[in-house]
Design a binder for this molecule. Sequence first.
Ligand SMILES: Cc1cc2nc3c(=O)[nH]c(=O)nc-3n(C[C@H](O)[C@H](O)[C@H](O)COP(=O)(O)OP(=O)(O)OC[C@H]3O[C@@H](n4cnc5c(N)ncnc54)[C@H](O)[C@@H]3O)c2cc1C
Length: 402
Amino acid sequence: MTQHAKPSSQILHDGQAMRFDDTAVAFAHRSTGELKRARWMFGLIGAPWLVKLGSRTIDLAMTLRLPIGWALKPVFDYFCGGENIRESLSTADNLYAFGVQTILDFSAEGQTGEHALDAARDEILATIQAAEGDPRFAFAVFKVSALSDNHLLEAKGTSAQWSETEQAAWKKVEQRVALLCSEAANRGVRIMLDAEETWLQDAIDGLAEAMMRKHNQTGCTVYTTAQMYRHDRLNYVIGLEESARKEGWVAGVKLVRGAYMEKERERAQNAGRPSPIQPNKAATDRDFNAALDYALSTLDHLNIVCGTHNETSTAKLAEGMVAKGLDPSDPRVTFAQLLGMSDNLSFNLTHKGFTSAKYVPYGPLREAIPYLIRRAEENTSVGGQTSRELTLIRTELKRRKG
Ligand SMILES: Cc1cc2nc3c(=O)[nH]c(=O)nc-3n(C[C@H](O)[C@H](O)[C@H](O)COP(=O)(O)OP(=O)(O)OC[C@H]3O[C@@H](n4cnc5c(N)ncnc54)[C@H](O)[C@@H]3O)c2cc1C
């Protein structure tokens, strides 16, 4: 449903700064009507008191099983592809018309019971099948916690003795992960494992490393995720690359800053343990950017997805690629953002020939609510400042008015 012609792409030259302020490029895929609705929505979710009140009301409404879908539908439509893969295909088409690829992200959080975990595995399998041989899709992705009870993941990271039932349940988790990765490899689809809370992550790291060693012998199919808000992760990424180089495989890493900072700090404090999180934002930024630099000089054994909405890091990587004489479309580097966020990055990147992809979450509206609340919280105004998204949308609407 695009009303604007696809802008012709341009090349970024060495020494030139990567800019993301071209809102005509950023929003070419959105009609004026859509942008006006988005302006209204971001204006509403920009008020912190309303988001707080909204989150509590939604929690209560969910507990009481009240029908609140109609109220959330505009937010759902902006940040999610739809309720299923079929409904998400028009989003994938619209993004791909401007060169931005899709990463179908089945939103299932906190599943329990073997039946629900198998159903989640089958749904993720369907995203792999959908991506096979289809250039609209960049990767498949999953959260290991969608395939395992959290208590198992947590216990796996400790030396606790397991019952036979727990051992059998863990075997099934390993089988689900192994099946998804080998299906992805057999179908030529790259696949990422998301990173989660530290108390689950040791188990996830073990699974991801085994899958990378198995499937990344000749190229990079399986990618793990490193959260650079953890003070140990820069060394972890370097260690992965060193092992890959020594043993002759390719490490795949999605670099992110990390999404669970408050939870992590609170849990460490309650347990009287030092926090696994960096002391401040500057330290997180420093390690994130250091990991980008490290990857740029070791791409033969470390392929990356740069998962960020941070403009400085995104520009740094794009400019770094050009400075090293790499083709912007080098498949060893992908930029990624979330649907409905930082379109100025995604579309200006593809406009300059870089590869960028959007996570397109999908699933029943009810189950997407925690995800939507996180997006709303991210877009509330800090210190009275208009959110980045709203400022960009206003600029583009003004430009279209002429
Ligand atoms: C494509 C994609 C995939 C993602 N996948 C995952 C995933 O698998 N796992 C996951 O955990 N997250 C994931 N995220 C979310 C990501 O971790 C960040 O929460 C989010 O992108 C915001 O960080 P930023 O780099 O975009 O922007 P910025 O606004 O520059 O950074 C904000 C981030 O900086 C860090 N930070 C903020 N304040 C402090 C402080 N005082 N001290 C230390 N650090 C601080 C936090 O990580 C915070 O989220 C993903 C994001 C994207 C775009």
